[in-house]
Design a protein. Structure first.
Length: 85
């Protein structure tokens, strides 16, 4: 099975700048692992392929498009920042 292409939006890149170095490495490894298994260890939040993955206190929000084999990471942050209304 082919790998997924992982695209990280600028908004997520900007949010990564506020994470301490040790946690940043772990979050980046998790984002990189999405290319192999986009939905493993993730929670699906809607029928439209919207997922959250967790690494420590951080959450990574992304969409998965199985047809084009693409993962679109759009938000990275702590739980209270991800789920705020």
């Amino acid at each position: 099975m082919a790998d997924y292409k992982v695209v990280v939006r600028q908004s997520a890149i900007n949010e990564l700048s506020g994470i301490d170095t040790k946690a940043l490495r772990a979050v980046i490894r998790l984002i990189g692992s999405l290319s192999k298994s986009a939905t493993a260890d993730a929670v699906k939040f809607s029928a439209r392929n919207f997922y959250h993955a967790r690494k420590g206190i951080y959450r990574i929000s992304y969409f998965v498009d199985d047809a084009s084999r693409k993962v679109d990471v759009f938000k990275v942050g702590q739980r209270e920042d991800i789920f705020e209304q």
